[in-house]
Design a protein around this ligand. Structure first.
Ligand SMILES: [Zn+2]
Length: 429
């Protein structure tokens, strides 16, 4: 009876959680010229653009149910081709729940070493924090758990410092990696957890710990991340409230809130998913990341991991190239090549380039601020979204079978970045 009740409770809570997305449709929009691209990218009713359209790529957009007909009519009237990839995204959300629940059932049969992450699911915030604490306790000579401050809602902004020389060897460069600055981009979390595992628990490349120090922040937006689990799965921003009466809309896009070209390529509309906040660094989360970037001038690589798009992007977000653009490009190509060598046949090759040229202009990004703060190799990674040939795109949703491959592949890119840095430093010395 208790078992039956449990099932009933769980099904009803899942049902309620995804209700807001019922009958939202996912469109793939095929734009064929600049006019169509500009039209698509400037639509201002409440669309959730998952992928902006470019000359090379289709746009992908989630359309709320009340706008599905209007959106189709507009595209038709402009002669823009489209395909409805998913008629009701709630079905996809329920599929993600089911796939994760299946894995969890199988896992309950095994006894796992709790210092090894189960890379067939996505840990929630509590699980991540428990894991970071356990790793720090088990490896006190190498790992230090740091609480960098509090998020808007008062959650800890935890990160690990990993070093076999207590961060005291001034000759070592530091590599700083963060994930989940955007809450819904769940597949980015295993990439940082895997990096921790490969640097601490299951070390196969000793030079990575002998020659580098590491700062790893798995959850850069804890409030938004928590909300994406229990509030709205497609939530992107933080949870800053009090911006509008009654909080009709809330949240700041943390990746538009850094003090670099602030507000030039973002939105001043609180309801927008790229709302930049009331001022640069108005948000406690971006302040914590800023302080890490300024904490040590040995930070030479900064990777801000996002999804999705198979991209490695560098500054500036305005479209201008930084002085070290050539080095950024070469290192980016080496990272991309390392990932492409181990990726699945169906997966797209990574593209490398200036973020504004490859994607779209954006201001206030962590990647650009890293460069401004003096980190020479500062990048945004956009990890791949799963899409088998002929099958539906998962987008921000996670296929448990793709979690481990995604983490392993990303790690190859991170390693290639470290090797590039080591080799160029030696050549310059
Ligand atoms: Zn993102």
């Amino acid at each position: 009876m208790r078992w039956l009740l449990g099932i009933f409770v769980c099904v009803s809570c899942v049902y309620a959680r995804h209700e807001q997305y019922d009958k939202s449709a996912l469109f793939n929009v095929k734009v064929k010229d600049v006019e169509q691209i500009n039209y698509f990218n400037s639509l201002d009713y409440p669309l959730d653009i998952w992928m902006y359209a470019t000359q090379e790529r289709d746009g992908i957009v989630l359309v709320p149910k009340d706008y599905v007909q209007l959106f189709q009519d507009e595209l038709n009237s402009k002669g823009i081709e489209f395909v409805i990839e998913v008629e009701n995204i709630k079905d996809s959300l329920e599929l993600e729940d089911k796939l994760r629940a299946d894995k969890a059932r199988n896992r309950a049969m095994r006894s796992d070493n709790d210092l090894l992450v189960n890379f067939d699911d996505i840990y929630n915030l509590t699980e991540v924090n428990n894991y970071l604490k356990k790793i720090a306790e088990a490896y006190p000579d190498v790992v230090t758990l740091v609480n960098g401050g509090k998020s808007f809602e008062g959650r800890d902004m935890n990160y690990l410092k990993i070093s076999n020389s207590k961060f005291e060897d001034a000759s070592k460069p530091i590599i700083f990696i963060e994930s989940l600055l955007h809450a819904r981009e769940w597949v980015t979390l295993p990439a940082t957890l895997y990096a921790i595992e490969k640097l601490v628990v299951n070390v196969t490349d000793q030079y990575l710990i002998d020659d580098f120090d590491w700062i790893i922040m798995p959850v850069a937006n804890p409030d938004g991340y928590e909300f994406s689990h229990d509030g709205g799965r497609f939530w992107r921003k933080n949870r800053r409230n009090g911006l509008l009466p009654g909080d009709v809309c809330l949240g700041v896009d943390l990746n538009r809130n850094f003090d670099i070209f602030y507000s030039l390529g973002s939105s001043n509309n609180v309801c927008s998913d790229i709302y930049h906040g009331t001022s640069a660094f108005s948000e406690p989360e971006t302040q914590v990341i800023r302080d890490i970037l300024h904490s040590d001038d040995r930070i030479e690589i900064f990777l801000d991991i996002h999804s999705f798009g198979n991209l490695i992007l560098y500054g500036w977000g305005s479209g201008d190239l930084p002085e070290n653009a050539f080095a950024l490009h070469v290192a980016g190509i080496q990272m991309a090549t390392a990932i492409d060598e181990v990726k699945e046949d169906w997966n797209l090759n990574y593209r490398v380039g200036n973020s504004a040229l490859v994607l779209y202009p954006a201001s206030g990004t962590a990647m650009d601020y890293g460069l401004k703060a003096g980190v020479p190799l500062s990048y945004t990674y956009e990890l791949p979204a799963r899409r088998n040939s002929g099958s539906t795109i998962f987008g921000f949703l996670v296929d448990p079978d793709f979690i481990k491959p995604s983490a392993v592949q990303t790690w190859e890119g991170i390693k290639a970045g470290a090797i590039f840095l080591r080799n160029t430093r030696r050549n310059l010395a």
